[in-house]
Design a binder for this molecule. Structure first.
Ligand code: PEP
Length: 262
């Protein structure tokens, strides 16, 4: 039964380039990755590269001839258009045929004061424009040490995405990213990550149905690299990774893609 469920769930590795790489560097890294993925990665894993806005149009165009690799944005604004200087809307992202968008990354929550309410509006905007949200949740070290992490994660889910009806929720990818593990070199142990992924899946089953929970891809993010990915991806509720630092080197990133159990 477990094998059947795992087979049904999409296995995904998404790279989050954050605010790195100039235009030429980004296009050239993307080209390297797509060529390596075509040559070396056999399997049904889905690969998504989430670049800064300056790369999106060019790499989305390149991705058309590489069906194994898709492109995503790292943020979108919650409204359709208007006087929001410096912002980019979901409809603009859709217009360049980008298919994914990261919403709720802890850096957006922390440095741009994005609340669960704002994030829920961003998810609505993304879905309206046929973008697949990669919705991030995660606790700080303080919250984990205070033993409030389950409550925090539960409210990030309930206020951020549990307002969606079942057909909309089924379009989401969830990423568990403990804030204390992002960019710190401290990875959650496979057991710690599995415990939270199992918890998230149970919450989804309570809110929707077991079938919805079983089909939802839940990614792990936080200092995931080519050395620890295989152990993490071997856990039954971990369906891949959202990768920051290690997605900036083609060899490391492709090694992570190859880390799913055979
Ligand atoms: C991230 O920012 O989504 C992330 C997981 O970063 P890193 O892999 O560098 O910890």
């Amino acid at each position: 039964m477990l094998d059947k469920i795992n087979f049904m769930r999409k296995k995904i590795v998404a790279g989050n380039w954050k605010m790195n790489l100039n235009y030429t560097e980004g296009v050239s890294l993307f080209s390297e990755i797509v060529n390596m993925v075509n040559d070396e990665v056999i399997g049904n894993q889905k690969v998504v590269i989430c670049s800064s806005f300056i790369h999106l149009s060019a790499i989305s165009h390149l991705a058309k001839s590489h069906p194994k690799v898709s492109v995503g944005a790292q943020n979108c604004h919650q409204t359709q258009s208007g006087a929001y200087t410096g912002e980019v809307s979901a409809s603009m992202i859709q217009s360049i045929e980008v298919k994914y968008v990261i919403i709720g990354h802890s850096e957006r929550r922390q440095y741009f004061s994005e609340t669960n309410l704002i994030l829920s509006e961003k998810v609505d905007a993304a879905l309206k424009h046929e973008l697949t949200p990669i919705f991030c949740i995660g606790e700080t070290l303080e919250q984990r040490n205070n033993n409030t992490h389950f409550t925090v994660l539960k409210s990030q889910l309930s206020e951020g995405v549990f307002n969606l009806d079942e057909s909309e929720f089924k379009k989401l990818i969830i990423a568990y990213e403990p804030v204390w593990a992002i960019g710190t070199g401290l990875t959650a142990s496979p057991e710690q990550a599995q415990e939270i992924h199992e918890f998230i899946r149970k919450e989804i089953a309570v809110q929707y149905t077991q079938a919805v929970a079983d089909e939802c891809s839940i990614l792990y993010g936080g200092s995931c690299n080519s050395k620890n990915a295989a152990e993490l991806f071997a856990k039954p509720d971990i369906d891949g990774g959202l990768i920051g630092g290690a997605s900036l080197k083609s060899r490391d990133f492709v090694d992570i893609i190859k880390s799913f159990p055979k």
